[in-house]
Design a protein. Sequence first.
Length: 303
Amino acid sequence: MSELSPTERAGCANLLQLMPKSDVFSLCDTVTNKAILVEGVSDAIETILSFTKNAEELLKRRRVHRDLIFKYLVKEGVAMLPNSDKHQLMSRCLELWSPKPVADLKMPQRICMDQGSEMKEAGRESLPTASGAGFDPLVLGKQFCLWFFQLLNSQNPVLGQQPQDWGPQHFWCDVRMQLLSRVGAENLEDFTGAEMVSRRLLAMTKEELLYLSPNLDTPGLIATVSPHGLVLVAVAGTIHRDQVCLGIFEQVFGLIRCPLDNNSWKIKLVKLQICGQDSHPGTNAQAPAPSYSLNELQLLCNQ
């Protein structure tokens, strides 16, 4: 009899929905020993879950390939290194589905990015100002990156997610972006203005079908703040198309509060560097990290 928790059951169901139909039916035959006749994919998935004792048992099944688990985690917005093996991916799934302590069930403080964004919650008023005592730019940086990359990646139609509220409203009107691409030949592009910057970033996921997976663990993310309230966040990660890792990226954001828009944080500066696998050997050997030191990031604050 199944001992799956409601969270595990929902997670396993979502995982199985990404599996080819033929594999779903084959797996159903395996777990039931062909004793039950199912009428469709949904019926087969429910039967598999009913005959699955626990989540680990399902993940260990031969039909549950490593690439399938990786695709599921990407769809859920979980950053994993492209060379992660099946055991590592299984562990991350089990961690994702594990019951959370009561203290962890509280919604984290979100960053109000704009009037129409779903990130706008009452909790953001309690976020300290950049000049306030106890302000930690690293906490803000991680919250921002979680929001930003989930928002940007949701525009990729391949992931099958509901596109979130992307647009120029998240940027200052005079925002500047520098995009340096080292994929084959080196190419440098500059963009100015909220509309231009927003459209170029959108094209990466919506048209070029790229997926950016940030490394939000130390040392993949660093942040600092200037005396004038400019917060600079540097993050590195891997960049993918479908299930292929194309290389790594490094991105720097400059964030400033907008007093005319409920004191929300908006993007003032973007520096994005993309390196193909050939331009950055050893990408799979260790987690990506920003090339900037905190001192170098602080110099950007003073420019």
